[in-house]
Design a protein around this ligand. Structure first.
Ligand SMILES: [Zn+2]
Length: 306
């Protein structure tokens, strides 16, 4: 109650000072004691001990019963482990275990480097990524996995490589390889994959070299995504709280709609007039509160893989 009164006072004071609505909103966030959901979910280090479930939408939801991707597999290595973003829905873990050898074989790479997935309970993140909240998204580096196992320190420090030219209009022939195309194709061909996000310059190159291929439909142009691409899985079957994304539009997406991504407006977007306020717990599905409050699952011994 007290905080409510304080809120009204702060709000009144702000308006009297002529601070305007933006200022009043800032005050609201501090005075109303509604922490940003990213702060709450960013603190979770253990999965919620609940049955696995993706709750909400990819950019507005959370994850119960997450599993951690083992840091090493026969054809993958997980990067930036200190970020604690190697969690996913069990379906995503199984997908990566299945996809890594397929990608390796298709590209003749030793394997893939897996970047950010989700937090232990999904939800918004303190930095980066509007999505990755359901444990159904994973970033895969556009850099082949080395044959040797990277040390803990290397996993934190080694950088990926950009495959996009400095002018952003095409791929960089110095770094783009047939292996990149093979890995992207393998991802898009997987029936569990809903969308693959990659830089528009990558899409442009694929439209040229794989013209007419049906898998191009799933490769969606995006800003960024030049050091990694992003795989998004469909909602797991029977999980009614998982909100599906619209199907990808008909066609290969190699038409005039792709050209927009190379316009001045897309390449140098104007910053928004005012920043979007961060999501609070009230903005997420009601069950995300339970996910946050659930007991932490006892970590299982990571799988020992050859
Ligand atoms: Zn991503």
């Amino acid at each position: 109650m007290q905080s409510g009164i304080r809120f009204v006072l702060v709000l009144t004071f702000g308006v009297l000072l002529g601070a305007g609505p933006a200022r009043a909103q800032d005050q609201h966030q501090t005075a109303d004691a509604q922490p940003a959901a990213k702060t709450l979910f960013g603190q979770a280090t253990k999965a919620a001990a609940l049955a696995p479930q993706a709750i909400g939408f990819y950019s507005r939801g959370c994850l119960a019963g997450a599993q951690a991707l083992p840091l090493d597999g026969p054809h993958w290595q997980a990067m930036r482990p200190s970020r604690q973003r190697m969690w996913g829905h069990p379906e995503l873990i199984r997908f990566l275990e299945r996809f890594a050898p397929v990608a390796a074989q298709a590209s003749a790479w030793p394997g893939i480097l897996v970047g950010d997935m989700a937090q232990a309970r999904g939800g918004p993140m303190l930095t980066g990524h509007a999505s990755h909240q359901l444990g159904l998204d994973a970033d895969i580096w556009l850099k082949p996995m080395p044959v040797e196992r990277l040390s803990q320190a290397q996993r934190e420090q080694v950088s990926s490589i950009s495959v996009v030219r400095a002018d952003r209009l095409d791929v960089d022939p110095a770094t783009w390889t047939a292996g990149h195309q093979a890995v992207l194709r393998a991802a898009a061909m997987d029936p569990q994959v809903q969308r693959v996000f990659a830089n528009a310059a990558i899409k442009r190159e694929l439209c040229r070299s794989a013209k007419g291929a049906s898998w191009l439909r799933k490769i969606r142009p995006e800003q960024g995504h030049d050091y990694h691409f992003h795989v998004r899985l469909f909602c797991p079957e029977g999980e009614t709280q998982c909100k599906a994304q619209d199907p990808t539009p008909e066609g290969d997406g190699c038409d005039a709609s792709l050209d927009w991504w190379f316009s001045e407006e897309a390449l140098h977007p104007k910053p928004p007039a005012k920043p979007t306020p961060p999501l609070t717990l009230a903005d997420l599905p009601a069950d995300c509160r339970q996910v946050l409050e659930a007991r932490g699952a006892t970590p299982t011994t990571p799988e020992v893989l050859p």
